[in-house]
Ligand binder design. Sequence first.
Ligand code: ZN
Length: 431
Amino acid sequence: MTPIPRPFARWDTWPALVLAIIASVVGGPAGAQREPDSTHFWALAGARVYPSPNAAPLDSGVILIRDGLIAAVAAQRAVHIPAGARLIDCSGSTIVAGFWNSHVHFTEPHWGGVDTLPAALLTAQLRAMLTRYGFVGALDTGSWLENTLALRRRIDSREVLGPTIRTTGPGFVPRDASPFYILPARLPEVLSPANARAQIAARIREGADAIKLFTGSFAAPTRIVPMPLDIVRAASNEAHRQGKLVLAHPSNNEGLQAALEGGVDVLAHTTPEGGPWDEILPGRMVKVHLALIPTLKLWIFELSRKGADSASVRRFLDVAIGQVRAHVRSGGEVLFGTDVGYMTDYDPTDEYLYLQRAGMSFRQILAALTTAPAGRLGRGGRTTGRLERGADADIVVLDGDPARDIRAFTQVRSVWRQGRQIYARDTAGNH
Ligand SMILES: [Zn+2]
């Protein structure tokens, strides 16, 4: 969903005491334990390692990290841990590549003015929403562009511990079709193919990594306005010409058709509002390489807070789960995404359980978290999303093995992004 775009609350009214308490909880500027120098040489040893979704695990593996990259992945008996490497005993844990959440927003009031918020506070907020759950990457599918870019700068300058961020800025809607749930605020409207091309080009100049289109927009509670196909095509072509990904918020099957025929790359949601998909649709989606972000838990969140009865909520969820099942059975690609930042419950555990209910195996879910987003969102020349020599050292250390219990994906011990530890649960088990 798209969050309500409104001016952020001013943070300078926050009592200094509250900020001081938060800073003390997160430990202030990270010390040596939380912020190792990435030029150091690290060895994570003794864990079960899944190098990629389709590789056999190493039962007692070692990962060497140097200068932000993976220097080696091997069985413990087959690798010499060099003197000078800092050894971290990972016995009993499972190591996988760092996760991407491909549908997030930074529009809750506490993200306002990220250019001036204390670094420790931003680190704590990113931990609560993303890093404590293993996310080393996040695709922001609709927030204030400048604010998200400012957040990214502070992470990339290493002042704040957080994920790699890609962002679309606000989504584009058809004429007079801003979603009713954000009114009186309005999203940018694309009025014609030429107008769409110009606005998309401008957005990319301003720093967007991807484009989001409301190919079906809830202009009123009972009225979904589709985006004209020629406009969807023009917008997609312009984004693709510049090497950018196009996401669609479809709302219903008509919006999905417009995405499908208009050259969109990724559906930002399933479409339970439109009922079950027909048998032909998944095959057509696969043919044009249209990926799907399920956002299954979101439907529970939305319907529950609207007061829907539990039977209706379950039926709605079942339709969405059926859509994911049909997509995956046809060989379609899934990108993991939960709409956190719009959805205020950040815990992804239920999403993993619902994906499993849709028939996705541990390895398919791991692909949705790692290799699939890396393929769509990675930057040229870098290897991400898998654990292999020369790849970015984006790593999650888990307590359990998600191949045995999918909920282990949320039992995160520590997280590394480009060789730097960005999250470590403390020894008392606190997040
Ligand atoms: Zn959203």
